[in-house]
Design a protein around this ligand. Structure first.
Ligand code: AMP
Length: 187
């Protein structure tokens, strides 16, 4: 099964993706994690994206599509992919459909985690204190939220049109949210 965990920055996509990995044995494909790994490793790609990420802007579609393409065989072998933070633009979503189609596969469900803006800010502040991510500052968060609203939110009608979108309440205790996601996936 291939699913997308969808939602604004701070919605809990990464946390819930990790839980699904341990519960179901699927592979988490987080382009944000892949880009942060490239930066830590000091690769050419890592250096190229550093300033863009710290600002809170999106890196180019080509970069993230190539990262995802590389990891699809691994997810296929595991029996499922959890896309986390990808796709973030309509061209990325179209490319993903195309890549999966070429492998005789598809996106089965898009789980939209609904969290109100006040709660998002609270979570990002908490993460800033715990992880020290450069893009968890107030300024960068504003840019990321704007990128979400302008470039990523159009995926809601895109996946609604494909009949794949399910909305899950992303507020409350982590275990409760996990249980809601499980129900949405098993329905
Ligand atoms: P995330 O950890 O998913 O919040 O991603 C952190 C940052 O990495 C984003 O703010 C972007 O700069 C970049 N990034 C991650 N995924 C994507 C994507 N699918 N498209 C464009 N930029 C991305």
């Amino acid at each position: 099964m291939n699913i997308i965990l969808f939602g604004p920055p701070g919605a809990g996509k990464g946390t819930q993706a990790k839980r699904l990995v341990s519960q179901r044995g699927w592979v988490q494909l987080s382009t944000g994690d892949m880009l942060r790994d490239a930066r830590k490793a000091g690769t050419e790609l890592g250096n190229k994206v550093a300033a863009i990420m710290d600002r809170g802007d999106l890196v180019s579609d080509e970069i993230v599509i190539a990262l995802i393409d590389e990891r699809l065989p691994e997810a296929e072998a595991a029996g499922g992919a959890i896309f986390d933070g990808f796709p973030r633009t309509v061209p990325q979503a179209e490319s993903l459909d195309h890549l999966l189609d070429g492998r005789g596969s598809q996106i089965d469900r898009v789980v939209r985690l609904a969290v109100d803006e006040k709660e998002l800010i609270k979570r990002v502040e908490k993460r800033a204190a715990e992880e020290g991510r450069a893009d968890d500052t107030v300024e960068a968060f504003k840019v990321r939220l704007k990128a979400y609203n302008d470039q990523t939110a159009p995926l809601i009608p895109f996946y609604t049109g494909q009949n794949k979108l399910v909305e899950v309440d992303g507020m409350g205790a982590m275990d409760e949210i996990s249980a809601r996601i499980a129900r949405a996936l098993d329905a």
